[in-house]
Write a protein that binds this ligand. Structure first.
Ligand SMILES: C[S@@+](CC[C@H](N)C(=O)[O-])C[C@H]1O[C@@H](n2cnc3c(N)ncnc32)[C@H](O)[C@@H]1O
Length: 210
């Protein structure tokens, strides 16, 4: 399901700041060489994540789901020079691509890539984080939330991607559909947070820890 008319989406894209040559090269390489290139967040969501990082004054960010590194580099741009972004992914093929682009970016020195199952990586971390971005295997969304929320500072922001899941949350069928629908209910009923679900791209939950 496309939520936004294509012409409107293009208009919004054209009126969003450029993501620059390096991220455009990363996007092209991802589409040319990697499976499921549509997983890459892209210009509107990437610039939005960078803006969120700036708005919360983030100094430490945790990302679950690096893929080829687009969203990590986007958020790293929103960090100060001494800021830190830890990003987790289990796929060595896409991690290798991400590392190569981190090395080429002036913001790459802020990024640490933890390769392996994200729940194991999170268990090795201590807080506090100012911002987190969850964008990995959908069946673990609830587990990622439970593991990350205690690591967030009060006022910290968790952004969660694909919470509309192309509309399948309305009539869940498979395991991922049910996991995202259950995750959305969990957040809605959690008194520890304030949450707004945005219809940007495939749905972004913006969750602020009280
Ligand atoms: C939607 S993609 C992330 C896209 C990325 N944020 C971007 O903007 O390009 C999801 C990623 O989650 C990773 N992933 C899936 N299961 C995982 C797990 N258990 N632990 C860590 N990463 C996992 C996949 O390897 C994949 O690269």
């Amino acid at each position: 399901m496309d939520f936004i008319d294509e012409d409107i989406e293009n208009y919004a894209w054209e009126h969003t700041e450029s993501d620059g040559d390096l991220l455009q090269a990363l996007t092209e390489e991802t589409h040319a060489n990697l499976e499921l290139p549509q997983m890459l967040t892209g210009r509107i969501e990437g610039r939005f994540l960078k803006l969120l990082a700036r708005l919360v004054g983030a100094r430490r960010i945790l990302e679950i789901g690096t893929f080829s590194g687009y969203s990590a580099l986007s958020m790293a741009e929103g960090l100060p020079e001494d800021g830190e972004l830890i990003t987790c992914d289990v796929d060595p093929v896409t991690c290798a691509v991400a590392r190569r682009y981190f090395e080429q970016s002036p913001h790459g020195k802020k990024i640490t890539l933890m390769e392996g199952a994200a729940l194991d990586s999170i268990a090795q971390l201590s807080g506090a984080f100012d911002m987190a971005f969850i964008d990995a295997d959908k069946t673990n969304y609830g587990n990622y939330y439970d593991a990350i929320l205690p690591l967030m500072r009060p006022g910290g922001l968790i952004a969660v991607d694909n919470v509309l899941w192309s509309g399948r949350v309305l009539a869940p069928e498979d395991e991922s559909d049910h996991a995202i629908a259950a995750f959305n209910e969990k957040v809605k009923n959690d008194d520890a947070v304030e949450a707004v679900m945005l219809t940007v791209r495939d749905g972004i939950f913006c969750i602020r820890k009280k």
